[in-house]
Design a protein around this ligand. Structure first.
Ligand code: AMP
Length: 565
C-alpha cells in the first residue's frame, strides 16, 4: 500500500486513497494531526507527536521541534546526549505515521509519497527521501506542497490550461507558488515567501491590544502568565470565524480581565501584516511574468487562511473567491495520497508531470562603471535568475575593465543582493587572458544548472578559445544504500513508544506537568490521583486502567477549568 504524507514543520499527517477519494488516516490518539515533535526518555524510548510536545515542556533538552527547517543540512540536534540530523528526527515521525497507518488500514504500508516545500532544493529533497527510507518506507516520489494542494482540488483534471496561485499561510511561514497547467503538465512557475510570517503574528497583534488596553507590561509578567495570555489570544482568534463580537478573557493574579474585540481596530493593526503578505505575491507574479488578473484560481493552504481578514484580503486582491472547500490543514496530505494512487495504478487517474525551478539566483561578481572610466568592484551580476525552470543553461559575455588585465577571477555567487558580498560564494574559477586595452578582451560565462542542483560553470576566452570548467555540487550530502542500511540499524534500537499505551502516557505527562506547576492542596490532590493511576496501570487490568484514566482525566479537567488554563 502506498500512502501520502505531509511532513510539516509544525504538524504531519498521512492520507490514503479510497473509492470515494482521498481520506486522512487518524493517528494512535484518533487525531488527524501529529505534531512534528520528537522526544527521547532515559530508557531510550522515542516519543512522537502530542506526547513528545507535552514532554517538550518538561524536558526541552530531550526533545526537538521545527527541525524541518534544517532538512538536508549537517546540523545536529542533541537529545539527551545523542545526536540526530533533521532527517533522522523526521524518520521517527514517519515511522510513527507508518505504524499508525498500518494499524488503521490493517495492512502493511511499504511506500509513501512525501510532500516538501516548492523551494526545497535537491539536497533537502534527497534528505526527505532518506528520512522515509530510514523509517522503512520506499520513497520514489517527492511532491511539492503547492502541487499537492492543486491536485487535491482536482485542478489537474481541467482540460483548459489554467494558472493557479497557492497561498499557504501556516503558523510561522508564508509561501506563495504560481503553477500552470499546460497540456497535462502541472508546472511550478515561481515560488516566493516569508519565513517569518504566519498565523502567530496575527495572535501577537491581539496580545498587544490586550496588554495595551489593560495597561500591562509584558516584561513584568511571569513566563506562565505570558503563555496563558497567548493561549487565550489564540482561542479568541479562532472564534473570529463564528463570533461577531469576540471576547478575549485572561486570568491574571486571580483576576479575570476581559476585552471585547473591536474588529475594525484589530484589522487596522493587522494592516502591516497584510502588507507583508502582499510582497511575496508581487514577487512571484513578477517572476512568473504574469499579472494579478491572469490568475484563474487561488488555493488556500495552512491553518491561518481560516482567518476572515486573510480570506477577505485575498478575495479583494484577486477579485475572485479563493478555493477553501478542502480543509487547509489537510489539503497537502490529501493531494499526496492522490499522487500515491496515480503512482500505484497509473491508468485510473490522469497522471501529472511535474517540473521544477531553481529557487535562487546564480551569478558572478563584476565591476561597474561609476563614472567615466572609473570602475568599482563588488557588484552582483545574475546569470540564471531565480525561478528559472530547470535544467537551464545561460551564457553571458563580460569584458575586461583594466588595460593589460592578464587574469580574470570568476566568483560564483548565489543570492539576490545587488552586492556580491551579501551573497553566498559557492566556488571560483581563474582564467588567463591576453593583455590588451580595457574592454577589448571578452569572456563568455556559461552556467548550466541541472535537475540535481548541480551547477557547471564554463568560461571561454573569446579571442583564444581557451575553456575552463568547474562543477559545483552545493551541499549535497549523498548516502549509499549501505550507509542508509547501517544508519537504519543504528537507529532501530530506539523503539517508538508502544501505540496502545500512548493515551495513558499523554495523560500522565499532563498530570505531572500540572503537578510541577501547582502548589499546596492542588499538588497534594494531584499526587494522590497520580499514584492511583500508576497503581491502576500496574494491575495491567484493562477495565481498571480505563476507569483510572477516566477519573484522572476528569480531575485534570476540573483543575484546569479552575485555573482557566
Ligand atoms: P499550520 O502551520 O498550517 O498548522 O497553521 C497553524 C496556524 O493556523 C496557527 O497560527 C493557528 O493560529 C492558525 N489557525 C488554525 N485554525 C485557525 C482558525 N480557525 N482561525 C484562525 N487561525 C487559525
Amino acid at each position: 500500500m502506498i500512502i501520502g504524507i505531509d511532513l510539516g514543520t509544525t504538524n504531519s499527517l498521512a492520507a490514503y486513497f479510497t473509492e470515494d477519494g482521498p481520506k486522512i488516516i487518524p493517528n494512535r490518539l484518533g487525531k488527524h494531526l501529529t505534531p512534528s515533535v520528537v522526544s527521547i526518555d532515559e530508557n531510550e524510548q522515542i516519543y512522537v507527536g502530542e506526547t513528545a510536545k507535552e514532554r517538550m515542556l518538561m524536558y526541552p533538552n530531550a526533545s526537538a521541534s521545527v527541525f524541518k527547517r534544517d532538512m538536508g543540512t549537517e546540523k545536529k540536534y542533541t537529545l539527551r546526549n545523542k545526536e540526530f540530523k533533521a532527517e533522522e528526527l523526521s524518520s521517527f515521525i514517519l515511522r510513527s505515521l507508518k505504524e499508525d497507518a498500518e494499524a488503521y488500514l490493517g495492512e502493511e504500508v511499504t511506500e509513501a509519497v512525501i510532500s516538501v516545500p516548492a523551494y526545497f532544493n535537491d539536497a533537502r529533497r534527497k534528505a526527505t527521501k532518506r528520512a522515509g527510507e530510514l523509517a522503512g518506507l520506499k520513497v520514489e516520489r517527492i511532491i511539492s506542497e503547492p502541487t499537492a494542494a492543486a491536485i487535491a482540488y482536482g485542478l489537474y483534471q481541467k482540460n483548459k490550461d489554467t494558472r493557479f496561485l497557492v497561498f499557504d499561510l501556516g503558523g510561522g511561514t508564508f509561501d506563495v507558488s504560481i503553477l500552470e497547467l499546460f497540456q497535462n503538465i502541472l508546472e511550478v512557475h515561481a515560488v516566493a515567501g516569508d519565513n517569518f510570517l504566519g498565523g502567530e503574528d496575527f495572535t501577537e497583534v491581539l496580545v498587544d491590544m490586550f496588554l495595551s488596553e489593560k495597561g500591562i507590561k509584558l516584561e513584568e509578567l511571569e513566563h506562565k502568565t505570558v503563555v496563558h495570555i497567548k493561549k487565550q489570544a489564540e482561542l479568541c482568534k479562532r472564534s473570529f470565524i463564528s463570533e461577531k463580537s469576540p471576547v478575549m478573557s485572561c486570568k491574571i493574579n486571580d483576576e479575570i480581565l476581559e476585552m471585547t474585540i473591536d474588529m475594525d481596530k484589530y484589522e487596522k493593526q493587522c494592516e502591516k501584516l497584510l502588507e507583508r503578505i502582499r510582497m511575496p505575491i508581487k514577487r512571484s507574479l513578477t517572476d512568473a511574468n504574469v499579472k494579478l488578473s491572469d490568475i484563474d484560481q487561488v488555493v488556500m493552504v495552512g491553518g491561518a487562511t481560516r482567518l476572515p481578514i486573510v480570506h477577505r484580503f485575498v478575495s479583494r486582491l484577486f477579485k475572485i473567491l479563493p478555493n477553501t472547500s478542502v480543509n487547509p490543514d489537510e489539503v497537502v496530505a490529501l493531494g499526496a495520497a492522490i499522487q500515491a494512487a496515480m503512482k500505484e495504478r497509473n491508468e485510473a487517474i490522469k497522471e501529472v508531470i511535474l517540473t521544477d525551478v531553481c529557487p535562487f539566483t546564480l551569478g558572478t561578481e563584476v565591476s561597474k562603471e561609476i563614472e567615466e572610466n572609473q570602475y568599482e568592484s563588488g557588484y552582483f551580476y545574475p546569470i540564471i535568475e531565480r525561478n528559472t525552470v530547470i535544467p537551464a543553461s545561460r551564457t553571458e559575455r563580460l569584458y575586461t575593465v583594466r588595460d593589460n588585465q592578464s587574469k580574470l577571477r570568476i566568483n560564483v555567487l548565489q543570492g539576490e543582493s545587488r552586492f556580491a558580498s551579501n551573497n553566498l560564494s559557492i566556488g571560483e574559477l581563474l582564467i588567463d587572458i591576453p593583455k590588451a586595452k580595457a574592454g577589448e578582451e571578452a569572456i563568455d560565462i556559461t552556467y548550466t544548472y541541472d535537475i540535481n542542483s548541480i551547477l557547471e560553470v564554463q568560461v571561454k576566452v573569446v579571442s583564444t578559445g581557451e575553456i575552463k570548467k568547474t562543477i559545483i555540487k552545493g551541499q549535497n550530502v549523498e548516502m549509499t544504500d549501505e550507509e542508509i542500511e547501517q544508519r537504519m540499524a543504528e537507529l532501530s534500537y530506539l523503539k517508538i513508544h508502544p501505540r496502545e499505551q500512548e493515551a495513558n502516557k499523554l495523560l500522565l505527562l499532563k498530570a505531572e506537568r500540572l503537578y510541577e506547576e501547582s502548589i499546596g492542596d492542588t499538588r497534594k490532590r494531584l499526587e494522590l490521583e497520580l499514584m492511583k493511576f500508576d497503581a491502576a496501570l500496574n494491575t495491567r487490568n484493562k477495565g481498571k486502567i480505563e476507569d483510572g484514566y477516566k477519573r484522572l482525566q476528569l480531575v485534570l479537567e476540573r483543575l484546569t477549568e479552575d485555573r482557566d488554563f
